[in-house]
Each structure stands twice: as structure tokens, then as C-alpha cells.
Design a protein around this ligand. Structure first.
Ligand SMILES: [Zn+2]
Ligand SMILES: [Zn+2]
Length: 359
């Protein structure tokens, strides 16, 4: 079947625009008989004409269908006089009251559509653009959304019968079950078809996992003149391998050695803007947070950025060199540190040797 606008059914059936339904029926029966494939087995053109005739009749064969076709295909400049010629002029065409049995449908806003987009942590940090694919329900352009639309069965050509290879055996057409007509072959009679769309979305810096970005008017199409719905793009942001994220703030674990923690040190850290040098104060305990202002994520809708926190962790060496071991042994000897004294504020109760060893 071609997707082109079919030719004028009045022309195909050879009747005037003002022909009665009876005239149309008579013309149709005569032509259908003349071009019927059974009568013209050797002539493929006849089969084509037969289909044309059926399709034409399908468009204007009843009062209702004829009225609808006429309303859609009328040429106002020929049939209705000049534009603006009084109350029956051009504009009245567009203000026809609903026909009996036919309700004016209210304008319906299209559906909102939600889709997800996966982005890297770095893309969320910088902002990016992403192509998002999503599907919308479009009104079927073949039946124009009319679920009662029927068309000539493509398998049997509208005869309701299927002819076998030998041109003799016939049986009820399995596609239309002998009805000669089938629901719209494009949408299966649902009146809607899924259309896949792609939209390029600008993703601002600072989006988080689950941020919804609204793109106005890019959702499902409206019906009866209604506005289209909106498209919501939900960002799925991959976690960073380096930073822990708390909203717009970032936390970076910074391992330092025991001497660095005790004596203080300057350490070089990565930040979203490149490396910086940070002073770790002497006596920093594990878990201490050192704030680096303004080096976090962008805050959506704000100019100020979040902060970066360096979280101190203390490492222990995997193995020791001889020198290291000697120095640590010496440190242990000379150390006056008593880190567990607070367990026994009244003084240590027993000498170490007298206690049962637990390990
Ligand atoms: Zn359809
Ligand atoms: Zn059929």
C-alpha cells in the first residue's frame, strides 16, 4: 500500500460530487464486477483497479464517510464562493457544529514523558550535552487515529477469499476471516504508533544522580489541538573513583603517614580544577576534615560551588627497612606518650606481667 494520498474517489468511481449514496453504490458494484480478479485472472492491472475502486468506495460509500471526506477535501474557492462572503463564507467551514452522533473532542495536552540518561561523574562536574532517545505515541497517519477505520484486506484484496496456487481451491481469507476489511494495517487498529525520537539535552554542571531536567513541550503530542507534554530527563550519574559526593560537596580521603600526621605536612591533592597543595596541621587525627572552599561541584541554579573536604587517614607501612625499624624501636623506647591512661584514672591497677595475656 502506498502512503500517498489516494486519488479522488469520485473520479475513480466516475460519479459527480453531488451523487447520492445509491449512485455511488451502483457505480461501485459495476466497476467491482468489471475489474474483479476472478474475471480477469491474466490481468494484474485489473486487480490494481479493483483495489482502487474498493478503496474509493470505502472513502465515500456511506453518508457518514462521504460527509467526512467532503469536509476534509473540499476546495473552498470553488465550492463556497469567495472568501468572507457573508455568514456562509469561507470561515463557516471551520466552525461547523459537530455532526449528530459525533462529539466535539476537547483539546488534550500530550503526555509527559520521562527518560533517563547515563553520564559520567566528570560530565556531571563540567556540564555536558547528551542525546536522549525516547518513544512517544503519535497519532497514526494512516487511519488518523480513528479506531473504527477499516481498509481493504491486503491478503485477499477485499474478496474475503484466498485463492490457492492452482487458482482453484479457495478458502476463507485467514487475515480478514472473510470480512474483506481489516483494521488499519499500520497501527493494528490502535490509532497510535510508537515513534522513536532523539533530543539533544543540555545537562548543566552539578546534576546529581536522580536530577530531573524538564524540557518543555518535547513530550507526547497533544490531541485535538492540545499542547504537547513535557520531556523529563533523569540523570544517572556514575560515582567518582576519587571523590565521595555529598550534594555539591566532595570528600577526598587523604592518607598520611604517622610522622606526617604528628608533625604536620604539605600534601598535594587532586581537585576538580587540578592539583593543589594543602597544609595538614600537626597532630591531625584520622577522620579530620580539612575544608578547601569552592572546589566542590557546581550548585544547580547558583554561582557558588560546593566545597572539597580532605579527610585525613593514617597509613601504616607494609614492611619496614632496617633503619625504619631501628628508629621506631627508639621512638617506642623514648616515647612518653600514654594513650590509654584514661582507662584507669586512679592509676594502673596491676603490673603488666601479672595479667593473663589475651590475644
Ligand atoms: Zn492506524
Ligand atoms: Zn482478506
Amino acid at each position: 500500500m502506498s502512503a500517498m494520498e489516494p486519488a479522488d474517489p469520485y473520479f475513480i468511481l466516475g460519479v459527480e460530487r453531488n451523487a447520492s449514496i445509491d449512485d455511488i453504490k451502483r457505480a461501485y458494484r459495476r466497476l467491482a464486477r468489471d475489474f474483479h480478479p476472478d474475471r480477469n485472472p491474466e490481468n494484474p492491472e485489473a486487480a490494481e483497479r479493483f483495489q482502487e475502486v474498493r478503496a474509493a468506495y470505502d472513502q465515500i460509500g456511506t453518508d457518514q464517510k462521504k460527509r467526512e471526506w467532503d469536509a476534509l477535501h473540499v476546495n473552498p474557492f470553488q465550492s463556497y464562493g469567495t472568501v468572507g462572503s457573508g455568514p456562509q463564507g469561507f470561515s463557516s467551514l471551520f466552525k461547523q457544529p459537530p455532526q449528530p452522533g459525533q462529539r466535539a473532542r476537547p483539546a488534550m495536552r500530550g503526555r509527559d514523558i520521562e527518560t533517563e540518561v547515563q553520564i559520567s561523574f566528570e560530565a556531571a562536574l563540567q556540564g555536558t550535552t547528551a542525546d536522549v532517545d525516547f518513544s512517544v505515541d503519535e497519532v497514526c497517519d494512516r487511519c488518523e487515529g480513528d479506531r473504527s477505520f477499516r481498509e481493504v484486506c491486503p491478503l485477499c484484496g477485499g474478496s474475503g477469499l484466498e485463492t490457492g496456487e492452482d487458482h482453484l481451491a479457495t478458502r476463507i481469507c485467514p487475515t480478514c476471516q472473510g470480512d474483506e476489511k481489516v483494521p488499519c494495517t499500520k497501527c493494528g487498529g490502535s490509532g497510535r504508533i510508537k515513534d522513536t525520537r532523539r533530543h539533544r539535552v543540555k545537562i548543566p554542571a552539578g546534576v546529581d544522580d536522580g536530577t530531573r531536567i524538564r524540557i518543555s513541550g518535547k513530550g507526547g503530542p497533544g490531541a485535538s489541538g492540545g499542547q504537547p507534554g513535557d520531556l523529563y530527563v533523569v540523570t544517572r550519574v556514575a560515582p567518582s573513583e576519587v571523590y565521595e559526593r555529598r550534594g555539591a560537596d566532595l570528600i577526598l580521603d587523604v592518607p598520611v603517614t604517622y610522622p606526617e600526621a604528628v608533625l604536620g605536612a604539605n600534601v598535594i591533592l587532586p581537585t576538580p580544577d587540578g592539583p593543589i597543595s594543602l597544609k595538614v596541621p600537626a597532630g591531625s587525627l584520622p577522620g579530620r576534615l580539612l575544608r578547601v572552599r569552592g572546589r566542590g561541584m557546581a550548585r544547580l541554579g547558583e554561582t557558588a560551588r560546593g566545597d572539597l573536604y580532605a579527610r585525613i587517614a593514617i597509613t601504616l607501612p607494609d614492611r619496614l627497612t632496617e633503619d625504619e625499624r631501628d628508629l621506631l624501636e627508639t621512638l617506642k623506647e623514648v616515647s612518653s606518650e600514654m594513650p590509654r591512661q584514661h582507662f584507669f584514672p586512679d592509676g594502673m591497677p596491676l603490673e603488666e606481667e601479672e595479667l593473663e595475656a589475651e590475644s
